[in-house]
Write a protein of this length. Sequence first.
Lengths: 262, 315, 315
Amino acid sequence: MTTLLEVEDLTVTIGGRPVVDGVSFVVVEGGRLGVIGESGSGKTMTALAIVGLTPDGAEVTGRVRLDGEDLVGRADRSYAALRGERVAMVFQDPRTALNPVMRVGRQISEPLRLHRGTGRREAARLAVELCERVGLPDPERTARAYPHQLSGGQRQRVGIAMALACRPALLIADEPTTALDVTVQAEVMALLRELVVSDGTALLFISHDIALVSGVVDDVLVMRDGRIVERGPVATITGAPEHPYTRQLLDAARRTSYGRRS
Amino acid sequence: MSEPSESPSERSSWFGELWRSWPGRIGAALVGILVLAAVVSLVWTPYDPKQVEPRQKWLPVSWGHPFGTDGAGKDLLSQVLVGARTTLLVAVLTVVLAAVVGLTLGVLSAITPRLVGESLAYVIDVLIALPTLILALVFVAALGGSVWTVSLALGIGSGVVLARVVRAEVSRVLTQDYMITATASGSSTWRSIWRHILPNIASTVIVQLSLIAALAVLAEAALSFLGLTPVSTPSWGRMLESLQQTITVHPGALVFPGLAVVGATLGFNLLGDALRDAVDPRLRGRSATVSPVFSSVVDRVEDPAIAPVSGGGGT
Amino acid sequence: MRYVLRRLGLLLVAVVVASVVIFALLRLLPGDLARVIGGTQASPERIDAIRQELGLDRPLVRQYLDWAGGLLQGDFGRSALNGETVTGQLGTKLAITAPLVLASTILSVLVAVPLGIVAGARHRRADGIALSAVSQLGIAVPTFWAGLLLIIVFGVHWSVFPAQGFPRDGWDEPARAIESLVLPTITLALSQGAVLLRFVRSATLDVLHQDYIRTARAKGLTRSQALYRHGLRNASLPIISILGVQIASLIAGVVVIERVFNLPGVGQMLVRDIGARDLEKVQGTVLLLAVIVLVVGFLVDVAHRLVDPRLRVGG
């Protein structure tokens, strides 16, 4: 099992306050890791720090290595070459994550044209294929649609298509289903799982819902106030949590989940 | 925001915020100087601004005459000080009138039943199409160019633009949860307006008003420059108009009244910007989209630096 | 298409409303037009005769309808003082005002839009902050003062361009005509440009904070690529709006500029008529200006509709 992503002592400081505090973990090729925590735990910021998209004014220290290459401190241009190609991200809010004035197909084909130099027509064709792959109805027509013409679930599928277009080695998903209806959530989760397994893509799944990720990831990190408080295989964590905070999260999840596996 | 109104400690904290930023300090200082000049000139000026002294004409800047003198030997500093009075008076009157017009029209068009409200909003949009300065010209044509007429015209012109902003803000407030609760619990419309709506839109309105003041300064200067105000009323614009005639031989004198206008306008603008940042740090450095001229539905608050300018920024 | 027709209908209604407002303002305000025309020496009989001649003794509604009827036939009013018609004068006046307005708009857009984007994109860097400060100063400078300063520097000190006036033969001497329009155009462009720059900067900042920019960067676009390929198209929407709103302030600016540079255009005619209390002509001219503003607003709305896919019905 080769190591794909190595995070060592990652710290993100905003306005003097450490939002992410000395976080370390490893993701192997094809591995699937969940990052669990409440809002404010630093889980999203960890993900953004990995891809170099922290907000202006945030200070990132520590080491992040992708395939042995150091990432932290890179210039935007060289970071950009990796984003979308080796590591890709799916964001939380489907209403705002897509460009409202650009057709969806074009947004999907963009990483292909950017990283692979694919021609316009070929990329458009591939975009339609990707639409089909993520389960969008009537892929040809959908590719020509604008985001506001699609539902939340459909937009999120577009986001997934965009992220997987260049078959990256690592996919980071930041609460991709939180903003969706419960029924749609299950569908999108299933889609993610299927795609990630069939492509052998490594997955870093961020969520506040430990029960939700248990069907998709192998291991889990629990974060609180910027630090990792517990880590381990998902079955162990959910079955026999050691840290009191983890127990709190599980109790809360059990209380609010509707018959989901917990 | 679920708090209906600011607590005293919140209010004082944004005032403190204002003071901490550079634009806030400079803006407050400039406006302070304007007020000081106007007030001081009521009791004292270095020389009598109207006193003609043919032998003292066109004196350069000196300790005796910090701004020099004009072609009739009148001290320029004294004239500027006295002019500050007119500027401040017009600015204050305009702001008061704009507030009355803007709040009334804006609140009315937001809370009245759909047909009335929407038509009112439409009329507001049409009125906004008349550039404020042109409106002022029309008023002056009919009523003469006194300080009161000018302020009336500017007040109505800016008030109408303010009304659109107020309408958007009130609509926004009305959809907030606590408002629905308040009406459900039976509080009457009047009480709702006073206790809930006004405090929440107060900050936006105050910001807009400071920018309307800036606009009033520019507009008054332009109108008096155009010669539409009586000669007896001291005014920076008038000074520039008479100094223009000797521009080829004595260009320097034009600097001071002009700087005075720039200073006053800049002061109000900076104050407005700083107030906006202090009130809502999220809006720092940003604006919201300006709705198309005809749209009755304004999505977000308009950029205060732009909205009042639409009528008379060209001055 | 249906949308265009609907907006066109609203435009016509707006024109009517504007005409009513303008008419009301000028007629209902105190001031006896007949007396003004007759002069202070005129006898009561003479004043009565004038009143009858102009139809001022008829009920207001009738007067309005007469005027409106004339408008529909292309008669924008006739001076009661010297018989000139608004339309008659328009030809020569517009030949000066129109090129001035067009040239300064184009110049201000060419300069302010790119600079505004830079100011927004680099808002934390030194050059972005400097641009922002300069534009802040720029909007505080009264247009006429900027014009005077330019006259001093380029017209008097260095004598590069004519300080004032327009050649008597007008465009028959194209070189000299253009020369006289250079300084006014630059002045107006600077004034409008400062406002435009601030707005473009705001719109750019707004866009840069949007989620889809982050998504674009996550796909591998650099900051500038994300801005240019995704951001600008979105930012163009509010920018189109502001250009429409600017027409109003542009008109106000032209009036002042024509006075500063002594250009015999529409603005100068308006101010002169106002000074002479020639209300018939003022009425017609102001309505004409209002119509221009409304039409531009309508065009902006349509352009908005064309550019923003979210506004297209059934798209």
